[in-house]
Design a protein around this ligand. Structure first.
Ligand code: ADP
Length: 367
């Protein structure tokens, strides 16, 4: 009996040693706590991340480190840990050191069973990673994109204006066809470039959380009519019909007119771009507390696999008909960012060779 007991104690010890050497070999800080948030196990990397060199067993993380949020408010990390219910909860927080310096911290908390059998105590495993370097690279990249896109705006606007003038003059004096073609192609590309720079600039502002949200009353009816007027020439130039479908009971709603417009513009330009024959329809109807807009086309459609990726940064379908058009793969990514800012909900239905329908529900943000 005793021999049996000592065998099982030995194997438990061995198991524990294995576990400790496993977590000690990890580059990320790992801390296991009991159900009250008291540390029961940790690795060397955890001490490095928290910048402590004492035994932290039996203590709570808050007792050995000061964790703050992005607004520099102290976070009750122990409560955050013990209230974690979902499988894994990840957060980006910051760590404030006694000397006043701060590092960026990626944390992941998972509730676990820390023992075996029915009696197995439950607890939490907390993963800590210092992401200060990644964060500063990300910030530098966004800053660079923001400055470059800003600086490129003026020269591009001047080039576009001059090309437009040159086209007008050549048309008037009846210049030769080759010059006309060259000017027209240059003009087209400059317009594409200017759209791309706009996307990049909106994107970097959205990623830095620097987009101002100006909420104002929006008239869905007027907005759709304006957009239809704006895009009819482009659609007609491709032989497409641009229709509108407006419910009669539309009311004013409050949101960012600028962003709603930008989102719809992205849907409409795509619909025109990726449709060879048929029509593009812009619709609006009342839905819940706000408005449901819909832009549908009879175009090339999007395959099921691509539908999951169209909102990703730089994604463009491999379809040759997509590649026949200029594009950056940023439009829908920016759309998705703006959608989140105004708490809207996006939906996409599409069938290859039949067409696509992008819907967006914009909630009323006014009180
Ligand atoms: P792009 O600059 O390439 O148009 P977007 O981010 O606006 O970038 O769109 C991403 C991709 O989604 C497009 O390249 C295209 O493959 C697909 N897509 C978007 N809208 C449509 C549509 N209405 N019909 C078919 N494909 C579309």
């Amino acid at each position: 009996m005793d021999a049996k007991k000592s065998k099982s104690t030995n194997s438990a010890k061995l198991e524990r040693e294995r576990l400790v050497s496993l977590i000690n070999s990890m580059a990320d800080g790992v801390i296991a706590t009991d159900e009250l948030g008291k540390i029961v196990l940790y690795n060397g990397a955890a001490l490095n991340v928290l910048d402590v060199n004492i035994d932290i067993k039996g203590k709570k993380i808050d007792q050995v480190a000061t964790i703050i949020d992005k607004n520099s408010q102290t976070v009750d990390f122990t409560t955050m840990i013990i209230e974690t219910q979902t499988q894994t909860t990840t957060r980006e927080l910051r760590l404030s050191y006694p000397d006043g310096s701060v590092s960026n911290l990626y944390t992941s908390i998972a509730p676990v069973k820390l023992g075996y059998g029915k009696q197995g105590a439950s607890g939490f495993v907390v993963l800590l990673r210092d992401i200060t370097r990644e964060k500063s690279l990300e910030e530098e990249r966004d800053e660079f994109i923001s400055v470059v896109s800003h600086e490129l705006r003026t020269p591009i606007a001047i080039a576009e204006g001059n090309l437009g003038n040159a086209q007008f003059i050549v048309d008037k004096i009846g210049g030769n066809e080759q010059i006309k073609n060259a000017l027209s192609q240059a003009h087209e590309q400059i317009i594409f470039l200017s759209g791309m720079i706009n996307d990049l600039s909106t994107l970097s502002r959205a990623e830095r959380g620097k987009l101002n949200l100006e909420i104002e009353p929006v008239n869905a009816h007027e907005l759709v009519e304006e957009l239809s007027k704006e895009y009819t020439p482009e659609a007609e130039a491709k032989g497409l019909k641009l229709r509108t479908h407006l419910a009669s009971d539309l009311e004013l709603f409050s949101s960012s007119k600028l962003y709603v417009r930008e989102i719809l513009q992205n849907f409409i330009t795509n619909a025109i771009k990726y449709t060879e024959t048929g029509s593009v329809t812009i619709g609006a109807e009342r839905h819940k507390d706000g408005v449901l807009f819909e832009v549908s086309d009879t175009g090339i459609g999007i395959s099921k696999i691509d539908q999951e990726k169209v909102f990703d940064k730089f994604f463009r379908s491999e379809d040759f008909r997509t590649r026949a058009n200029n594009g950056t793969g940023l439009g829908l990514y920016v759309t998705m960012k703006l959608t989140r800012l105004i708490h809207a909900e996006l939906d996409l239905k599409s069938e290859i060779d039949k067409g696509s329908t992008f819907t967006i529900y914009i909630p009323n943000l006014g009180k």
